[in-house]
Design a protein around this ligand. Sequence first.
Ligand code: G6P
Length: 368
Amino acid sequence: DAGHYDTGGYEHYLLKEISEQPETITRTLSGRLDERFHVAHLGGLNMDARETRSFRRVKIIGCGSAYYSGQIGAQLIEELARIPSDAEPASEFRYRNPVVDPDTLYVAISQSGETYDTLAAVQELKRKGGRVIGIVNAVGSAIAREVDGGIYLHAGPEVSVASTKAFTSTSLAFALLALHLGRVRDLSPADGRRVVEGLRRLPGQIEQILQQGDKIAELAKKYAHHPSMMFVGRVRGYPVAREGAQKLKEISYIHAEAYPASELKHGPLALIGPDMPTVAVVPDDELLDKNLTTLGEIRARGGQVLMVGHREPGAKLADDVIVIPKNEIELDPILLTIPLQLLAYYAAVVLGRDVDKPRNLAKSVTVE
Ligand code: G6P
């Protein structure tokens, strides 16, 4: 139920919510960056410095897109704070009788704050003495009330079933958390400053990506008639690929698979051919050469490549390229996500799907 919230002149809530991201990202950042000490202010965590320094692991749980943003989060925390971190679907976590460790920081992610699997996982963690924080959009929701502290996204209501602005704001909240955890450990002031400045650039860069909407709509027309698409990325690009495939599946009903680009040759390469194009997430990072080699392997098997990245790799390696602005390596995944949201959106429009209310899905799954 959208209540008083309307599409504001956009054809769908989804496009409105994608287009809002410069503002929602600004709101998630608001009041949380310290330019003097290059730290993040996250008062809602309710955590003193000693405790902030004490965690030896971070375990992130969430469902659907929340889980994929958790994968981006785990990567950010490992890179910036050097704390071993991983993400797991909350729905799996709660059923496998996990070891609850007093030295682990548990992070529950939920846009709605009402997803039952995530709530049940939080309750089980609390029962066993786990320290749990939330990254939640809906203020005062069930998960927000259950956790010991957390980070609110302040992204505003998200109406369309497929998550977009909550996804990028969650990834951003993890960048803030990683900065916060990192700056009381090993992260240098110089690296802290680099990240703070990178975060400040995000809204303007998102604006630039949104300006490519027409081009991405054309690409969606070109690719949407394929029954199936492969999404690949390495390390930072992999959760972006997973979320891109998820968006496409959810709203266009095109079958999509996401694989680490490095795993392609261990199985799914057998699927590659003229019927199955690949969307490749290829940032300019230390894995660029490896990724370009993968594109060559795909092309050699007759597969089309749509690359999202920071440069034109040449016509031999990609049929189409969406070039986006470069940020700091750790923050690039947030920006790389946005063209894939637009691609899924326009593919769904081309195919005449019910964009905001895809079949069989609910905005928040409050039952088991
Ligand atoms: C449902 C929605 C997904 C969403 C997931 C988690 O499955 O269809 O789009 O990512 O729930 O929702 P949450 O509100 O917990 O982030």
